[in-house]
Design a protein around this ligand. Structure first.
Ligand code: URA
Length: 467
C-alpha cells in the first residue's frame, strides 16, 4: 500500500498531480491510500510506502476531458473520505476511454457527479444562509462575525465570494473545521471554532427579525418554498428563524386574510421593518464614508411603493438635511417627475450609497464619486430596502445606481429606455443622473438631455399605467 499525503481536505491540485503520477506509474486504485491534512501516525504500520510518487515527464502526460476536471474539482470537496480513491479509479478508466465522461448511466460517474452537485448546493447555501453579527472590537471598530456549519469542505472555495461581496468590511467566518478572517486587505485562515465563539444576540439580529417578519407573507412566499429554500439545519444560525414557529402558526390565518385582502400588502409590518432598518443604518460603519459625513441619509417614501427611485449618494444639502434629493439635483428630479406625470410622494426615494462622499475645497465640500467597494458595502442596505418595499419598478438614476442594482457596470446610453428584469421579477429601468444635466454647460444640449430624461421617466410611467 502506498500512502499519498495531501496538504488539506480540499487539496485538488495535490490530488491532481499525485493522481497523474500514479496513473503513469501504473499504480492500481486499490494500492493507494489517500491521506489529507496533517501527517498522523502511520495507519498501516510497516506495510506502508510513503515515498513521493515519481515526477511526470511532459512527454508521458495524458489528457482527460475538461468536464472531468470540472466535476472532480467540486467532488474533491465532498466529505466522503473515499472521494480521492473513487476519483482516481475513474481517472484510470477515463484515460483509456475518454467517451466514458458522456455515459450518464455509468454508476461511478453518477456517484461522483452526485458528490459534485451536493458540494455546489452546499456552496450556494453558505452564500445564501450565512448571517453576520456585528461586534465592536477593542479599537472601537466593528467586525462582523458569522457562524456556519458547511456539510462539505467548501470554506476555502467560498472565500473569494465573501471577500468580493464584503470587501470593505472586517469579518470572520467561523466553522467547525476552519475559519476565515478578512481585515479589508488580507485574508487569514485559522483553525476550526466552536459556535459559542460567534457573537450572540445584538441589534443586527433585531433588524433581521423585523425584516424577516415583514417578508414572511404567504402572498409572496409559500411556507413550502421557504422551508425548501432554507433547510431546518441552518435555522439555528439565522436570527430571523427565531420567528418561524410563530410565523407558521399565524400563516394560515395570514393566508386567509391575504386572499380576502386581495393584493394588499401588510403595510404596518413593512413600515416597522423600514423603521428598524433606518435606525440600524444610522450607525452603519460598513465602509469608511460614515466618518466625514454628517449622517446617514436613508431612503424615504411609502413602505408599499410600486416605484423606487435610486440615486447615487446624498449631496451636500442632503447630508445636512438628512433627506434624499432635496438639493439642486432633487429640484430637477422633481420637475422632471412632474412633467412625466409621476407623483414623487408615491415613490420610495433612496440612494445606492447612504453617506455623502466629498473632497474638501476650502469651505466647500465637492462631490466625489463612490468607488466599487463603497457601492458594494452599501448594497446591503439597498437590498434590504428592496426586500421590504418590494417595488414592482425601480428607476436607477445614473451609472452608480444602476451598478448597485444590477451588480455589474452599466452603460446608460445602451441600457436606457427599456426594462431589465431583476431576479425578484421587478423591472429595473435606467436613466441619467439629474446632476449630469446640471453639469452640461451648453444650454441647447442641456435642454435636449433634459427632454431625454423626461422621456425616460414618461416611458416608465406609461409602463406602470399599462399594468
Ligand atoms: N444626488 C443623489 O444621487 N442623491 C441625492 O439624494 C442627492 C443628489
Amino acid at each position: 500500500m502506498r500512502v499519498v499525503r495531501l496538504a488539506a481536505e480540499d487539496d485538488f491540485e495535490g490530488w491532481r498531480s499525485a493522481a497523474r503520477s500514479a496513473a503513469l506509474a501504473g499504480i492500481p486504485a486499490e494500492h493507494l491510500h489517500w491521506q489529507p491534512g496533517e501527517a498522523t501516525t502511520d495507519l498501516f504500520a510497516a506495510s506502508i510506502n510513503s515515498a513521493p510518487l515519481p515526477p511526470v515527464a511532459p512527454a508521458d502526460d495524458f489528457a482527460v476531458p475538461r468536464r472531468f476536471i470540472d466535476v472532480a474539482s467540486d467532488a474533491i470537496l465532498h466529505v466522503d473520505p473515499s472521494r480521492f480513491a473513487q476519483l482516481y479509479a475513474l481517472l484510470l478508466r477515463l484515460r483509456d476511454h475518454p467517451a466514458l465522461m458522456g455515459d450518464e448511466a455509468d454508476p461511478s460517474l453518477r456517484r461522483i457527479s452526485g458528490m459534485a452537485a451536493a458540494v455546489r448546493r452546499d456552496i450556494h447555501k453558505m452564500r445564501a444562509f450565512l448571517r453576520f453579527r456585528e461586534v465592536i472590537e477593542a479599537d472601537r471598530t466593528p467586525r462582523y462575525i458569522a457562524w456556519f456549519e458547511p456539510e462539505h469542505h467548501i470554506l476555502r472555495a467560498n472565500a473569494g465570494f465573501f471577500v468580493r461581496r464584503f470587501a470593505t468590511m472586517r469579518w470572520s467566518i467561523l466553522t467547525p473545521r476552519g475559519s476565515l478572517h478578512w481585515d479589508g486587505a488580507t485574508l487569514h485562515e485559522g483553525p476550526g471554532a466552536h459556535r459559542s465563539e460567534a457573537a450572540g444576540d445584538d441589534p443586527v439580529e433585531a433588524v433581521w427579525k423585523s425584516y424577516y417578519a415583514s417578508i414572511f407573507n404567504p402572498a409572496r412566499l409559500k411556507i413550502g418554498t421557504m422551508l425548501k429554500e432554507m433547510p431546518r439545519k441552518y435555522w439555528k444560525n439565522m436570527p430571523e428563524t427565531a420567528l418561524i414557529p410563530s410565523l407558521i402558526a399565524g400563516a394560515e390565518a395570514r393566508e386567509k386574510n391575504m386572499v380576502e385582502a386581495a393584493r394588499i400588502r401588510p403595510l404596518g409590518d413593512g413600515r416597522a421593518a423600514l423603521e428598524a432598518l433606518r435606525e440600524e443604518a444610522l450607525c452603519c460603519h460598513r465602509c469608511p464614508l460614515w466618518k466625514p459625513a454628517t449622517q446617514t441619509v436613508f431612503g424615504e417614501g411609502p413602505a408599499d411603493a410600486h416605484l423606487m427611485l435610486v440615486g447615487e449618494q446624498p449631496g451636500d444639502q442632503e447630508d445636512l438635511a438628512g433627506h434624499p434629493f432635496v438639493g439642486p439635483a432633487g429640484k430637477i428630479l422633481d420637475r422632471a417627475l412632474a412633467e412625466a406625470g409621476i407623483d414623487r410622494a408615491n415613490a420610495y426615494v433612496t440612494n445606492a450609497v447612504k453617506h455623502f462622499k466629498f473632497e474638501p475645497r476650502g469651505k466647500r465640500r465637492l462631490h466625489a464619486k463612490p468607488n466599487n467597494g463603497e457601492i458594494s458595502a452599501c448594497r446591503w442596505w439597498l437590498d434590504q430596502e428592496r426586500s421590504i418595499v418590494r417595488p414592482r419598478f425601480i428607476m436607477a438614476l445614473g451609472a452608480s445606481a444602476a451598478q448597485a442594482l444590477l451588480d455589474r457596470p452599466v452603460t446608460i446610453t445602451r441600457s436606457r429606455g427599456q426594462p431589465i428584469l431583476l431576479d425578484d421579477e421587478s423591472e429595473a429601468w435606467v436613466t441619467v443622473h439629474p446632476s449630469f444635466l446640471l453639469r452640461i454647460p451648453d444650454e441647447t444640449r442641456r435642454a435636449e438631455e433634459y427632454s431625454r430624461f423626461v422621456a425616460d421617466l414618461t416611458a416608465l410611467k406609461d409602463r406602470i399605467t399599462a399594468l
